[in-house]
Write a protein that binds this ligand. Structure first.
Ligand SMILES: C[S@@+](CC[C@H](N)C(=O)[O-])C[C@H]1O[C@@H](n2cnc3c(N)ncnc32)[C@H](O)[C@@H]1O
Length: 445
């Protein structure tokens, strides 16, 4: 299968100049700093009283868009400046040692060091050593490395204290601690199976031929999670780091699509809708629409229904929750729209084609299929900072699911392959959302 990359991206910037980067940093840092101070926002810091997130409100106004753009310029220029100043040899030398970052976090997670270090004040390596049963020397080696990433600090020689980062790991159930646990204990194992897996299964689209399955006795990602409920729970909590971010909010889908065009009393089927939390928000803004939330997981559906009965009983009459496996034919025929949000990116192409094909018997001429998912830009469009994040996500899709994040051309091809009557009418990015909206119309005339 050929994956097309839109060949329209700009050329990479290979010759930035140090002084120009420095000027960009100074100019944009000032814009951000002035805003923070003028609004009385907490100043960013590594200290324990610093804000957990960079203290900018979401880019909901033109002014805030400008401030966010300035912050992005700072991130972009500082990364370029750092890389340029390091030089190719030193960059490579240190680049490949990224696994030290992960392994030091693994020790911290495994020995619950963030829970033992007091929230205020500090603890000596010697005292900490007694509590975790590791020699003070080994502790010093691991923790002083972690400190180079600002996880813990040493306010006086031989004593460890929290920073803003390590403090986030103190609550073992926090999304940040769950994220570190899931990655250090599970996902990181794929770092060493990726090459072997690509070599053995160079073009596989199977969930049991992934770097993940190679690391976990042949179990695919979902199979593994089914067999390890504690891991599944932790994965769920850690995912809230993504879903709670501005880029994953539901609101852009609510306001970024003209739901009114579906007509008075129209029905929307939310395929793979989990608890129905997305439909709930659409329903609040569109009082005549009805929703059928489908998911394979009965617990999610039950939870969604219970939440609705508690928090929004007035919506219950417009909602139906039903268990459905999207690898079987869609049972709800003739709805006005089928919504598939943040589902398809988990699946390799052949499964996506199947999911889409399974909708077709339910569609009639003019039915809308609304896809909300990542749409990757071609190379060199994003800043290096954003680029690294989306490419990392794409690589993780390969490691866990043999899947990939898709470019516009990939989506067009997949829809055409699933059924040529699925016509992609529009593809838009609402605001700063990471999830784009693709409106597909079933044309069967
Ligand atoms: C990443 S979540 C997306 C949930 C929601 N649509 C959203 O926008 O956040 C993927 C959902 O797909 C569901 N799912 C996975 N396999 C499924 C299948 N075979 N049939 C139906 N739903 C499935 C999962 O239970 C989960 O709720």
């Amino acid at each position: 299968m050929v994956h097309t990359a839109e060949a329209t991206g700009p050329a990479p910037v290979l010759r930035p100049r140090l002084s120009e980067l420095a000027a960009q940093i100074a100019e944009n840092a000032k814009i951000v700093e002035d805003y923070i101070e003028s609004q009385g926002l907490p100043y960013p810091s590594f200290a324990t009283d610093g804000p957990a997130k960079f203290p900018l409100p979401p880019p909901s106004t033109p002014e805030l868009e400008k401030i966010h753009a300035a912050r992005n310029e700072v991130l972009k220029a500082t990364k370029s400046m750092y890389d340029l100043a390091a030089g190719p040899t030193e960059m490579l030398q240190w680049l490949v040692w990224g696994f030290n970052d992960t392994s030091s976090l693994h020790v911290i997670h495994h020995f619950k060091i963030a829970q033992i270090v007091p929230e205020d004040g500090d603890i000596s390596f010697v005292d900490l050593s007694k509590q975790v049963n590791i020699s003070p020397l080994k502790l010093r080696q691991v923790l002083r490395y972690a400190m180079t990433n600002r996880v813990f600090c040493e306010p006086r020689q031989g004593h460890i204290a929290h920073t803003a980062l390590s403090l986030l790991l103190r609550d073992e159930q926090s999304p940040e601690a769950s994220w570190i646990g899931y990655n250090t204990e599970e996902l990181s194992h794929t770092a060493f199976t990726l090459t072997k897996c690509i070599e053995k299964f160079p073009s596989s689209e199977e969930l049991t031929e992934t770097p993940w399955s190679m690391a976990f006795n042949g179990q695919g990602f979902f199979e593994y999670m089914d067999a390890h409920p504690e891991s599944a729970k932790r994965f769920g909590v850690s995912m809230s780091l993504w879903s709670s971010g501005d880029g994953m909010k539901v609101e852009p889908l609510v306001t970024g699509y003209d739901w009114g065009k579906l007509g008075e009393g129209a029905t929307v089927v939310d395929v793979g809708g989990a608890t129905g939390f997305v439909s709930l928000e659409i329903a609040k803004a569109n009082p005549s629409l009805k929703f059928i939330v489908e998911d394979i997981a009965p617990l999610s559906l039950e939870q969604g229904k219970a939440n609705m009965a508690r928090d929004h009983p007035e919506l219950l009459e417009r909602f139906e929750f039903r268990q459905h496996d999207f690898f079987t034919e869609q049972p709800v025929k003739d709805a006005e729209a089928y919504l598939i949000r943040f589902v398809l990116h988990d699946w390799p192409d052949k499964y996506v084609r199947q999911i889409l094909k399974n909708l077709v018997p339910a569609l009639r001429n003019g039915t809308k299929v609304i896809l909300s998912d990542f749409v990757l830009p071609p190379a060199n469009v994003l800043s290096p900072w954003e680029e690294k994040r989306v490419r990392a996500l794409d690589l993780v899709m390969l490691k866990a699911y043999n899947s990939n994040e898709r470019e516009e051309g990939d989506w067009r091809r997949l829809l055409a392959e699933a059924d040529p009557r699925l016509r992609l009418d529009s593809i838009t990015r609402p605001g700063a959302s990471l999830l784009w909206i693709m409106e597909v119309t079933f044309v069967d005339e």
